[in-house]
Design a protein around this ligand. Sequence first.
Ligand SMILES: Nc1ncnc2c1ncn2[C@@H]1O[C@H](COP(=O)(O)OP(=O)(O)OP(=O)(O)O)[C@@H](O)[C@H]1O
Ligand SMILES: [Mg+2]
Length: 599
Amino acid sequence: MPVNTFKDDEDLKESLNISIIKRLVVYLKPHKKAVGVTLFLMSCTILVELLNPYFLKTGIDKFIRAGDSKNLLILGGVMIIINAVSMFCSRSRIITMGKVTNKILLTIRQQLYTHIQKLSFAFFDNRPIGKILARIIGDVNSLNDLFTNGVTSLIPELAKISAVVVIMMLMNFRLALVALITVPLMIAAFFLVMSAARKRWQVFRKKTSNLNAFTHEDFSGIRVVQSFGAECNTSKTFLDLLTGQRKSFTSACRMGDMFWPIVEMSWGVGTILVFWAGSSLVSTAAITPGVLIAFTSYVSMFWQPIMNISNFYNQLVTNMSGAERIFEILDIEPDIKNRIDARPIPSIKGDVSFNAVTFSYDEKVNVLNNVSFDVKEGTTVALVGSTGAGKTTIVNLISRFYEVTKGEVLIDGYNLNDVTLESLRGQIGLMPQDTFLFSTTIRENIRYGKLDATDEEVEIAAKAVSAHDFIMKFEKGYDTEVTERGMRLSAGQRQLIAFARTMLSDPRILILDEATASIDTHTEKLVQEGIAKLLKGRTSFVIAHRLSTIRNADIIMVVEDGGILESGSHEELIQKRGQYYNLYTSQFRFLNDEEEEAV
Ligand SMILES: Nc1ncnc2c1ncn2[C@@H]1O[C@H](COP(=O)(O)OP(=O)(O)OP(=O)(O)O)[C@@H](O)[C@H]1O
Ligand SMILES: [Mg+2]
């Protein structure tokens, strides 16, 4: 069992990125008013906190030493009131910022979702879905902390530290220097410990993302896992990933926690030094006792925010890498997009041409080499050939899911690169081999072919492909709920529903990757009828496995090694005694017997 073979698309980032902060600030712009209110409330709280030691100094120096209990009482009352107001401000600030953060997260999630939906097949070819989910859910969640802690904690704490330094300097410059003598030690420790911790937090994030991707893939492929009795192996892989993730978490926490004792020590030493130097200054009457008491309060007010910042700094930087990962995805341009001068393609008749088309998925190996053909409207083309020959690739280029490397694909004479994707794909019906149904009713699944179709139109389409009867046999008929990917239905039933969906969309060009799943004779007959009805009157490309489809096709193209080896009708190709004849005698004739038996 391969232990986590996911591609590492997630590099560890080296530094706190200013451009990321700038981009995040842009999201705050629409909420200027609320952010303004938050900053105002925050200033009120900081002001009150900074005033407290000053009040203390006044109380001691002016009222206690003079025995003025009346004014002392008034001062006490004022302190209680302004501190109560400050508490209220602090609470309102958190609520206001919480609301803003929620709105921003919603915007970012929507942006990500809309953007990812537009990305080309190549993007999805290279990424497990679990990792994409981890970004939309996990990384966006991490922004929550970034905005909330960033705006409501980091900014006020930094403001407080700066203000305290200024006040201490103004109160007594020498004593301030003594109080801050341990700061260089703390700064050095901060950079050392934090850079090590940040890397460990990033490792933790990466491991979490891999764990998500593995879990998602494992459950998506649960049928394969169970059928091979691989549960023990996958459980072991899961446990390994989980253990790795937990270890990386503990190691990051441990590293981050090393900063605490250094701050505590610096704080303690600073306070002792202030008392030592302060008391000698008091004894020489250079300062009053009130100043000394106020000073010690300010020393605490300097170190406490540093403690707080060190508490969430690690998380903040890791969350920053979450933000970076989100922007990385938002910055990926879809490979396939409308050209600036692209125009909608008018109603398609259905002529399809390949002019010397060469194509490579990875820009190294050519999968198609110089492929040319002209297909007139209304023609049914059957593509046959060995596995990996390039059949699916050819049809993917007709819908422009990938861009040709050389040559051109034309529909009704329009080069696909010059028309808008929406207008093109809206007129092409694509039925992949593995029918995909959504977790909703059969009716809604069919309606997906034409979102504004009436119930009647849905039923007409289902009747046209002989799906109506089996649907009506369900207790709830068209309102039967289909579970994810339609797993409660048989393979044949799923195909019939997909046929109805495509029938409803009524495309001018139809692409059908015929499924090979063996289905019961009755359903097989329905499927064959369905295919025949679907193909009628449109240009169709069928990657065919059924002899009936191949024989009834107007043109059969034999695809081999990324080229078209031969083409023609069934009779012509049989007479030619080439590759098709070989395929027919070795594979299709065998199918023929089965089919004839089945029908
Ligand atoms: N997304 C992809 N990225 C890179 N290479 C790919 C991709 N899809 C297919 N290929 C390669 O392109 C070649 C042609 O593949 P294609 O899917 O067109 O074959 P096919 O004729 O449809 O085969 P089959 O009958 O098995 O479906 C194969 O060698 C395959 O490995
Ligand atoms: Mg294929």
